[in-house]
Design a protein around this ligand. Structure first.
Ligand code: UGA
Length: 459
């Protein structure tokens, strides 16, 4: 099928390359000509495992092209996925101006039948507004369209994997024609009948559920899913604080609680809280939708409040150890909001760093992928060439993004080069026993009282 994907950001690029990989002819459009040039010269402008290869292979096979003229794509493609950004406005609402602009272009240039699919995360009833928009502005008699919602559930860092092996594919439609087209588009994924580009030996995969709903419900499923996951994280963070206060181990608690199939094991890792371009924004937007619809969403406001207080709590832990921060050298491992991405939007690590800077601390940081993006928003810290350089001479080291690389470090060396061998682990990434064996003072989240109180220092 000939498909236009509008927006070559994180979601658009994975969607475009993934649809090309399963056999469609895809034109990906972005009006940022710099992005298009980078993609057309074989480059990438953000880090995402497996994506660069996928893009190149499909460009090479002539199934995927990148252009900046939307009208060219509309002329060739009856199916349009809208994947533009919907960032938060100051009041928490989603900014839908890019989406509206795309809708205007479609109503200006499209001829004949088009299926317009919103993949960007949008508040419920956006599809209805799009339909109204096309009804009002689509005055070209040759233009006919169906609007559909097809929310994405791609995690940064595992987005390509998630595209090929989704837990479900949700489509919100109000015509059989739209449902039929979407089923045809996703047929290879639903049957898992494609050669998996990510995993070797990926046979015998179960079919993927195809959930067909009305448009409003599909839009709501996305916000409800992200808000529920965020709620799980704030819940376990609340429990972690209690574990710490009474001397229990949150890891054991989370493991056993998660074994209940009604609850599930995922998203019960405590730490400095959730960040990224999705949870904080979607939670706020969902709360606004609730409020605007006269529904009581206090529960989700608490989820947000608990998440914000994670930073205060972590700063308190640092101050409990270091007392005055002014002039102290503090190392930071990890800047991205989570591992396997270079994205620093709403990163808890940057939130901690900004607080340290406000207190006059000297911060030296390292991240395997996110340093360029961090430099653009927090230029005033020292960026180090590796994890050891960030640790050198530090009076405390903060572990804030759980990159695998940090688990493979030579901790004997880290112990030797630090001014004070104190590690505050905001992601519980190291086993306590290992840190004890190396002689570190080690402060983590909810795994009982601070480890050093019980541990013997090893010379
Ligand atoms: C999230 C959802 O997981 C995706 O399904 C969704 O498609 C995406 O948002 C989106 O709306 O586009 P993402 O933001 O990439 O994906 O990252 P997650 O893996 O969900 O992590 C979000 C944050 O929660 C990170 O800061 C992570 O460190 C934190 N987290 C996650 C925890 O603190 N504890 C956990 O147990 C899990």
């Amino acid at each position: 099928m000939k498909i236009a994907v509008i927006g070559a950001g994180y979601v658009g690029l994975i969607t475009a390359a993934g649809l090309a990989e399963i056999g469609h002819q895809v034109i990906c459009v972005d009006d940022d000509t710099r992005k298009i040039e980078v993609l057309n010269s074989g480059g990438m402008f953000f880090y995402e495992p497996n994506l660069g290869d996928l893009v190149k292979r499909n460009q090479g096979a002539k199934r995927l092209e990148f252009i900046s003229q939307v009208e060219v794509a509309l002329e060739k493609c009856p199916v349009i996925f809208i994947c533009v950004g919907t960032p938060p406005l100051e009041n928490g609402d989603a900014d839908l101006s890019s989406l509206e602009l795309v809708a205007r272009r479609i109503s200006e240039h499209a001829r004949g039948y088009h299926l317009v699919i919103e993949k960007s995360t949008v508040p419920v009833q956006t599809g209805r507004r799009l339909q109204k928009h096309f009804g009002t502005y689509g005055n070209n008699p040759l233009f006919q369209c169906d609007v559909a919602s097809n929310p994405e559930f791609l995690r940064e860092g595992s987005g390509v994997e998630d595209f090929f092996h989704p837990d479900r594919i949700v489509v919100g439609v109000d015509s059989e024609r739209a449902a039929g087209l979407l089923e045809e588009i996703y047929h290879p994924l639903l049957r898992q009948s494609f050669a998996c580009p990510v995993h070797e030996n990926c046979g015998n995969r179960p079919r993927v559920p195809f959930v067909v709903t009305d448009i409003n419900s599909a839009e709501l499923i996305k916000h409800a899913s992200n808000s529920f996951l965020a709620m799980k994280i704030s819940f376990i963070n609340m429990v972690a604080d209690l574990c710490e206060a009474v001397g229990a181990d949150v890891e054991k608690v989370a493991e056993a609680v998660g074994m209940d199939r009604r609850i599930g094991a995922g998203f019960l890792r405590p730490g400095v809280g959730f960040g990224g371009s999705c949870f904080p924004k979607d939670l706020q937007a969902f709360v606004r939708v609730g409020r605007n619809s006269g529904c009581d969403f206090t529960l989700l406001r608490e989820v947000e409040r608990i998440n914000q207080s994670r930073i205060d709590l972590f700063i308190k832990k640092i101050k409990d150890e270091l007392w005055v921060l002014r002039g102290k050298r503090i190392g930071v491992w990890g800047l991205a909001f989570k591992p396997r991405t270079d994205d620093v939007r709403f990163s808890p690590s940057l939130a901690v760093i900004r607080r340290l800077l406000a207190e006059g601390a000297l911060v030296r940081a390292y991240d395997p992928q996110a340093m360029e993006k961090a430099k653009a928003v927090v230029p005033e810290i020292e960026y180090c060439s590796d994890a050891y350089a960030a640790a050198e001479g530090a009076e405390a080291l903060l572990a804030l993004t759980e990159w695998e690389e940090f688990l493979r470090l030579d901790l004997t060396k880290v112990f030797q080069i630090m001014a004070r061998p104190l590690i505050l682990d905001g992601r519980n990434m190291f086993p306590r026993a290992r840190m004890a064996a190396h002689g570190f003072e080690y402060v983590d989240i909810g795994r009982g009282s601070p480890a050093r109180k019980h541990l013997q220092m090893v010379p």
